[in-house]
Structures are given as structure tokens and as C-alpha cells.
Design a protein around this ligand. Structure first.
Ligand SMILES: Cc1cc2nc3c(=O)[nH]c(=O)nc-3n(C[C@H](O)[C@H](O)[C@H](O)COP(=O)(O)OP(=O)(O)OC[C@H]3O[C@@H](n4cnc5c(N)ncnc54)[C@H](O)[C@@H]3O)c2cc1C
Length: 368
């Protein structure tokens, strides 16, 4: 059996490694290259730790901060803090994706970098892939780990561009404790900051595209006027940046309708959860683990329909449920009514259990 995987982010790389470890031939196509910076808050929930160990991530080579506390601040000046139940780790995507790529190569995955898959068709039970430079490949199964915006999805971009989101990331020098993650709200968005393996900090925010467009796309002006309104966040904006900002835009949240019936979607390609949960990466790992189990259980060509149906049950059941909870949490922070926000922050301040409950809603069981 041969599996082709489109997209070499976390979902694609981990599926490739898991299948290869079971002796399945895997070809993985990645449009970009390694290593590179990607927009992400770089906080990984500990529900993924066991899976990363199983994949062979070299934890011993890095000084990875263990994150155990969460602080939420509001632009009106309130702040509340709670221990995190499961907690998490800070690892840059630069290091994480690169290490998984190296593990994939070492396990015998055939990786094609700078190779964009343009088209997938079928001939009987065989799948045919055509790349942007007109190379042709054949596979028994095709998994789509092409991320949150792709021509393989229906309505890949938000039909109303004003409602689409933009994410921005920097690495900065800062001085908050290594075991703390902070989320700072601002009008129309929120910004996370926590330490990564280099000892530097990942500062990453999300807002609606339209908010930045109101500043003619000038991120610096937007940050100085809107992000700076939150006094807790303001103090980080003048910190030295150790990496040029990277941005991603035109995305939205929810389960993604697929345009191509021959592809099994996973990770963000199947559905995108709001970053407030700090759980997108873990859902990408989980999807890879679940799909590898299903593929192992449905190896015969005549079992493809059963495989697709079982995979759809995971997407429409578990994934949909997690995303719905994430959207609910994000909407709480996006409500701009002053009274609502004051009441919510005071509740979190004086009843930390309520904040703790909120953080628990965002997390799943250990993947393995
Ligand atoms: C602002 C922001 C902050 C976030 N913060 C966090 C956080 O703190 N914690 C967390 O857990 N999650 C966070 N996330 C979510 C997390 O980044 C994603 O859920 C995760 O990257 C999903 O991995 P993936 O493999 O599905 O997709 P990706 O990592 O996006 O990988 C997709 C890959 O597919 C490739 N590709 C696309 N199309 C093709 C094609 N046609 N052919 C070949 N290759 C292709 C792309 O080049 C890319 O490398 C955040 C997301 C955003 C936007």
C-alpha cells in the first residue's frame, strides 16, 4: 500500500512518520521548505507530549519550557490567573516542523519539498496526483494536510473578506516567567505570549482582517494604537524583536467543506479551531494518530468507503465538538460590551475556579 500526503506541517509529517513506522510506503509533498517560521502561538498542550515522544521528537536536545500557569488580562485593566490543569510546552515551529521532517526522512518517508500538489483525480481505486510543475504520482490513498486555506476546500477563503481573520507572530526578548502563558485581549482580538526553547518569547496575535485594513494594513500603527490600549500588553510592544514578523490571513474557523472527494483531510485542512484554546497543534497530532489507526484497520482497496465513513465520523463528531467549544470561548473574549467584560473578568479574578474551568474546556485527553 502507498499513501500520498499533501502538506508537510504537523499533521502531514506526523501521519507520514506513524504510517512509515508500520511499514507503509509514504510520499509527502510540501509546497514550502524546512526550516521556516510559521504563524503560531507555539504553545503545545501536554496532551501531545506522549505522541511527540512516540514520534521520536528529541526533547533532550532542547531546553523546552514547561508552562503551568495561565494569565488573562483585559484592555480595561483587569487581570486574572490560574494554574493550568494539564499544562503545556513552548516549542517554535521553526524547530518543531524541522525536527519532524528530519524524523520523517530518517524513517524512510519520501519527502518532496517545494512541490505543490495541484490536482487529485482517481482511476478505479488508484489516485493520481499532479503537481504544479506537472509531475504525476500514483497512490492508493491520499491524505490532505494542506492547512487552513487551500484550493482543495470549498469556499477556502471567507466569502465576506471583512469577517476573515489575520494572525501575526514575532519572537521577542521579554521577562515573564518561563512557566507562564499570558493572553491579553484588545479591541477585536487577543495576543498570546509565552517562552519557547530558545529562551525567547513568542508573541502572536489574532484579529479580524478588517481591523488592520482600517489602518491601511500598517501593522505597526495598528499595534501602537489598538494593542497598546491593554497596559499589560503595551509593555511588550517596545521589547526588541529577534525575528521579523510573519503573518497569515484570510482564514476562518470551523469544519471545512472539501472540494475533492478523493482526499482524506486532516489537521487544519479538516477544521480550524480558534487559537485561544492553544489546541490547533494538538488537534493536528490527534488527527494524524486517529487517521493512521483507521488506515491500518482498512488496508484493502475494497475498504476505502468504510475508511472514508469512519474518518468522517471523527471529523463531524470529535473535531466538530472541539471546534464548537473553541468558538464559544473565543466569542466570550470578542464580546465588546463593557459591562459583560467587566463582570467576566471580575468573576475570573475573584473565582479563579471559573477561569480554571474555562481553560479545561479547551483541552482534550492525552492522545496516547
Ligand atoms: C494566529 C495563530 C496562533 C496559533 N497559536 C497556536 C498555539 O499557540 N497552539 C496551538 O496548538 N495551535 C496554535 N495555532 C494553530 C496551529 O498553528 C495549527 O492548528 C497547526 O499548524 C495545524 O497544522 P497542520 O499541519 O494542519 O497545518 P500547517 O502547519 O499549516 O501545514 C500545512 C502545510 O501544507 C502545505 N501545503 C498547503 N497546500 C499545499 C499543496 N497544495 N501542496 C503541498 N503542500 C501544501 C503548506 O506549505 C504547509 O506547510 C495557531 C494558529 C494561528 C493562525
Amino acid at each position: 500500500m502507498k499513501v500520498a500526503i499533501i502538506g508537510g506541517g504537523l499533521a502531514g509529517l506526523s501521519l507520514a512518520i506513524l504510517l512509515r513506522k508500520e511499514g507503509i510506503a509514504v510520499q509527502l509533498f510540501e509546497a514550502g521548505n524546512y526550516p521556516r517560521h510559521k504563524v503560531c502561538g507555539e504553545y503545545i498542550s501536554n496532551e501531545s507530549k506522549g505522541l511527540l515522544q512516540r514520534l521520536g521528537f528529541p526533547f533532550e536536545c532542547y531546553n523546552i519550557p514547561e508552562i503551568r500557569h495561565f494569565r488573562l488580562t483585559h484592555y480595561q485593566g483587569h487581570s486574572a490567573q490560574t494554574p493550568l490543569g494539564k499544562g503545556g510546552m513552548g516549542i517554535s515551529r521553526y524547530a518543531l516542523d524541522y525536527e519532524l521532517y528530519q524524523i520523517a526522512l530518517a524513517n524512510g518517508v519520501e519527502v518532496f519539498t517545494q512541490t505543490k500538489v495541484q490536482e487529485v483525480t482517481s482511476q478505479g481505486t488508484q489516485k493520481l496526483l499532479k503537481t504544479a510543475d506537472n509531475q504525476l504520482f500514483e497512490a492508493d490513498l491520499v491524505a490532505g494536510a494542506y492547512g487552513r486555506v487551500s484550493h482543495f476546500q470549498q469556499n477556502a477563503t471567507q466569502p465576506n473578506p471583512g469577517k476573515a481573520f489575520i494572525g501575526v507572530k514575532y519572537h521577542i526578548e521579554a521577562d515573564l516567567p518561563a512557566d507562564l502563558i499570558e493572553i491579553h485581549t484588545f479591541r477585536g482580538g487577543y495576543c498570546g505570549i509565552s517562552q519557547i526553547e530558545t529562551g525567547q518569547y513568542c508573541l502572536c496575535y489574532l484579529t479580524q482582517n478588517q481591523r488592520v485594513k482600517d489602518f491601511k494594513g500598517d501593522l505597526n500603527a495598528f499595534e501602537q494604537e489598538i494593542l497598546a490600549e491593554n497596559p499589560y500588553l503595551n509593555r511588550y510592544l517596545s521589547q526588541p524583536k529577534v525575528m521579523e514578523g510573519v503573518t497569515t490571513s484570510q482564514f476562518y474557523f470551523g469544519i471545512k467543506a472539501q472540494a475533492n472527494p478523493h482526499i482524506l483531510p486532516l489537521g487544519d485542512a479538516a477544521g480550524f479551531i480558534p487559537p485561544i484554546t492553544g489546541n490547533g497543534m494538538s488537534l493536528a497530532f490527534r488527527a494524524a494518530f486517529e487517521l493512521h489507526r483507521l488506515i491500518l484497520a482498512h488496508r484493502q482497496p475494497q475498504q476505502q468507503t468504510d475508511l472514508q465513513q469512519a474518518h468522517q465520523r471523527y471529523v463531524q463528531g470529535y473535531l466538530n465538538h472541539r471546534i464548537t467549544q473553541g468558538v464559544f470561548l473565543q466569542n466570550l473574549l470578542f464580546r465588546e460590551q463593557r459591562l459583560f467584560q467587566t463582570l467576566m473578568m471580575k468573576t475570573f479574578q475573584y473565582v479563579p475556579f471559573a477561569l480554571s474551568m474555562m481553560t479545561r474546556k479547551a483541552v482534550g485527553k492525552d492522545i496516547v
